[in-house]
Design a protein around this ligand. Structure first.
Ligand SMILES: [Zn+2]
Length: 150
C-alpha cells in the first residue's frame, strides 16, 4: 500500500502512507476551504470547511479514513475489503450519489469521502447515499469486532 500524495490547488493538503498521516497547514481560501457545501458538487468534503483549522480537521478525518481502510485490509484481506466497497462505489458513481468529486476517483477515495460525510454531513449522507452510509457502518463494525487481541 503506497498511500497517497495529494495535489490540491498546487499543494498537498494531507496524505496517508502505511499508518502515518500528514496534514498541511497551508490552506487557500476559495480553494481548500470556504466553498459552500453542495452534495456531489464540492471537490472534497474538506473544502466546505469555513476556516483553515476546520479544513485541516476535515482533511485529518479523510486521512483517518485511509488509515481505517488500511487496517481493515490488514484484518480482512485486500480482496475481501475491495469486494465489500467497490460495488458500492460503482453504484454510487452510476447513480450520482457520491458526496464529492474526489469520491468519484476510486473506491479508496469514495470510502474516505463517505467516511468524512458520515462525520460532517451525517444526516445528508443517510438520505443521499444510504448504501454508502451502511458501508461505513459495516467497516467500523468489522474493525471494532477484532481490535482487542494484541
Ligand atoms: Zn484520499
Amino acid at each position: 500500500m503506497s498511500g497517497e500524495l495529494r495535489d490540491d490547488g498546487g499543494h498537498f493538503t494531507g496524505d496517508h502512507i502505511c499508518g502515518t498521516i500528514r496534514i498541511s497547514a497551508r490552506r487557500v481560501q476559495g480553494e481548500d476551504y470556504g466553498i459552500p457545501f453542495r452534495w456531489g458538487e464540492v471537490a472534497t468534503v474538506a473544502t466546505s470547511a469555513t476556516t483553515p483549522e476546520q479544513a485541516m480537521q476535515r482533511t485529518f478525518v479523510h486521512e483517518l479514513g485511509h488509515c481505517l481502510l488500511y487496517r481493515l485490509m490488514e484484518q480482512e484481506g485486500r480482496e475481501a475489503v475491495k469486494a465489500l466497497i467497490k460495488p458500492v462505489f460503482r453504484e454510487a458513481v452510476d447513480m450520482s450519489r457520491t458526496v464529492s468529486e474526489r469520491a468519484e476517483e476510486n473506491w479508496h477515495e469514495y470510502f474516505c469521502e463517505t467516511f468524512s460525510a458520515s462525520v460532517y454531513h451525517h444526516r445528508e449522507l443517510t438520505s443521499r447515499d444510504p448504501v454508502g452510509y451502511r458501508m461505513v457502518q459495516q467497516a467500523r463494525a468489522l474493525l471494532e469486532v477484532d481490535h482487542g487481541d494484541s
